[in-house]
Design a protein around this ligand. Structure first.
Ligand code: GDP
Length: 304
């Protein structure tokens, strides 16, 4: 995970600190180091505009840098680089997910969460992971498959629910997704469940239909949270997906999947920095336990 990005950052900080050991950096040198670094970031799959933002931020800090006596130069450069990236990663910070759930539960039960996102991003797996995490925290979830067009989605969720021993509410092929979602909420309310996790369709090629379908589900269910699931490997497309689903239903936050599969590291970083939305969790594997709270420091420690 993040190997190429890590390499780029390490060699950048090393090169600068080598020079700084002997004298201050000239502005030409700062420019040269940062331009090389920008190219390396792009090679590690960081989107160009994001790479530019990172290097501009580091550049402005480097121009004023003075290494205090007794401090290791490389550490000082590392700090500067870390600070720049951390400031940008903080854009993805959200309120703690479990706190949101618990606060909501104190005024309204069950907590209703609608998941949106394009097919294949890992939506059904993520719903199962969230259900598992909820159970680990003594909450009782129900899983609802309100994608009635894709038989595979129903089957997958049913299987996950059976594995986790969680009630599953599905619908017949072609039935009204909003009514399936509503049935799920009623079931949870009647039986004292804490959270209803509702899957929705994610076919992008019929934009208008999908938007209307999602809007109807949201109108009928009135969810507490609308979460977009995004695949870390999709690059710029992820930004378009955020726009599409935000326009359709308005999203409260994002779960970023497959961060573990981003071998170079730049793709995930670009999305985190590019979408500028709260990120509740990141997906780091295919198992139910492979879901982590989004934490800029954990991401940073993986990179640097
Ligand atoms: P959906 O079509 O959006 O519901 O996607 P699925 O949940 O079926 O996931 C598609 C594939 O991505 C499956 O093989 C999942 O196991 C895999 N997947 C989902 N999340 C992650 C993740 O965080 N890391 C990795 N490596 N694979 C994931």
């Amino acid at each position: 995970m993040f190997s190429k990005l890590k390499e780029a950052l390490t060699s950048f900080t090393k090169r600068i600190s080598e020079t700084l050991k002997y004298r201050e950096l000239s502005s030409e040198e700062v420019e040269k180091f940062c331009n090389n670094f920008l190219l390396e970031l792009v090679e590690a799959d960081v989107a160009f505009d994001v790479a530019q933002e990172i290097t501009e931020s580091i550049k402005s800090k480097l121009r004023e840098i003075k290494v205090p006596r007794g401090r290791n130069t490389e550490e000082v450069i590392l700090d500067v680089t870390r600070d720049s990236i951390r400031e940008m990663l903080n854009r993805g910070l959200s309120r703690n997910f479990l706190e949101i759930i618990k606060d909501t539960l104190s005024i309204s039960k069950p907590v209703k969460i609608v998941f949106v996102g394009v097919n294949g991003v890992g939506k059904t797996t993520t719903i199962a992971k969230v259900a598992y995490m909820a159970m680990k925290n003594s909450l009782r979830p129900v899983i609802v498959a309100a994608d009635t067009f894709r038989a595979g989605a129903q089957e997958q969720l049913k299987k996950h629910s059976a594995n986790l021993n969680i009630p599953f509410i599905g619908g017949k092929y072609g039935s009204d997704p909003a009514s399936v979602a509503f049935d799920g909420v009623i079931y949870a309310a009647k039986n004292g469940y804490d959270i209803v996790l509702i899957d929705t369709a994610g076919r992008m090629h019929v934009d208008v239909d999908l938007m209307n379908e999602l809007r109807k589900i949201v109108k009928v269910v009135n969810p507490h949270l609308k979460i977009l699931v995004v695949d870390a490997l999709t690059g710029n497309d992820a930004i378009e997906q955020v726009k599409f689903f935000d326009k359709a239903v308005g999203i409260d936050g994002v779960i970023l999947t497959k961060v573990d599969a981003d071998a170079k590291g730049g793709a995930a970083l670009s999305i985190i920095l590019g979408i500028g939305r709260p990120i509740f969790f990141i997906g780091v594997g295919q198992g139910y336990e492979d879901l982590e709270l989004y934490d800029p420091n954990t991401i940073l420690s993986r990179i640097l």
